[in-house]
Ligand binder design. Sequence first.
Ligand code: GAF
Length: 382
Amino acid sequence: MNTQLVNTIRDRYKTIFKAEGVLVFSPGRINLIGEHTDYNNGFVLPAAIDKGIVLALGRSSNNHSTIVSMDMNEELVIDLKNLERIEESSWKNYIIGVIAEIFKTGKQVENFNCVFAGDIPVGSGLSSSAALENSLALGCNELFSLGLNKNELIYISQKAEHNYVGVNCGVMDQYASIFGKHNHAIFLDCKTLQSELVPVQLQKYEIVLVNSNVKHALAESGYNDRYSVCKKIIKLLNKPSLREVSFEELNSIKTKLSESDYRKGVYVLQENDRVVACKNALKDNDVEAVGRLLFESHIGQSKMYDISCTELDFLVDEAKKSAYVIGARMMGGGFGGCTINLVLKKEVEDFKLKISKAYKKNFNKDCSIYNVKLGDGTRVIK
Ligand code: GAF
C-alpha cells in the first residue's frame, strides 16, 4: 500500500471537509489464470496486489453527499433519495451503484463526504473498478455500522457493476480485492464461493505486468457479448451454467451453434481445467508448468474466445521468443490492458528494455511496465 497516497487522501479530506474521515484501502488484482470463467460458475486464480484505491469517508450534515475523485479532478453530488444511473461511462456510476445496492439490502446510509484516488491505471485489466466499489462498500459499512459481512460487500459491489455500470461481470475481481492475502493467490470456485489460499512461490521467476496502454471499457467492449454466448449455450443444453456442461454435451449441440460460439464454449471448459492444473502446479512448486499453462491460456483467449487484440498478441509473442520468460498471457476482461509474464528475476531489466523497444517500434506507442507484490485485501486503515 502506498503510504504517500494515504497521507494525501487524509490531508485532502481534512482540507475540503474540515474533519477526519474513515480511511480505507482496497486493492486491485492480478489473475494468474481463469479468464471469463467466473460468470460461468467456474474456477479462477486471482490475487490482490499492493496497488489500489485509497478512500476517506465521513458523515455530512448537508442534505446531499459529496464525492471527490482526485484522479479525475471531478466532483459528484448526490441525493440519497434519488439514485439514478448516469447515462455516460463514468466512475460516478460505481459510487451511485454501491450506495443504491446497499439500500436494496435494507441497510441505511446517511449523507456522507468522500475523497478518493488510486495508483492503479484505469482500464488496464487490474480491476480499479472493483477496488473503488469495495472501498466505498467497506467505508460505508464501517462509518454507518451496517454489519455487512465480506460476502455481502462483494455482492453489493458486483451488483453495482451489473445494474449501474452495465457489465455482467462475475465475482472474481470483487472477491480477490476483499479476500486477498499477502503472497497468496486465491483458488476460487465461483459456483460455491469456496476458496483456498495458494502460496505463490515462483522461485527464480517473478511476475511482470506489461500494459499495452490499449484502454478497455468492459461495458463498451465485447464482454457482455461473451456472456450472452455462454447463456445461449446453456439454454440449449438446459443447464444452469457452463460449469455443469461436459465436452460431450457441448459436442452434442455443435451443429446448433455457429463455429465461433462452439469454440467459445470449448474455451471456457478448457480454461476451467487449466485453472485446476495451475493451482496444482503451484502447490507442487512446478513453476514451468504454471508458465506453460499461461501460454496455453493466451492461445485460448486469442484464438477461441476472441478477447485479445493485436497489441496483446504481440506482447505475448515477444515474451514467448525470449528464453527467460516461461509464461505470458493477456489478463482480465480483454480487448486491451495488461499481459502477465513470468520472467527470470535476473533478466527482468533486460526483458523490460527489449519488450518496450519492440512495442514502440511496432506500434509507435509506449507500453508501461509494472512490478506488483501480492498483498492483503480491502481494509480500514487505522
Ligand atoms: C473482468 C470481470 F469484471 C471479471 O468478473 C472477469 O469476468 C474478468 O473480466 C475476466 O476473467 O475483470
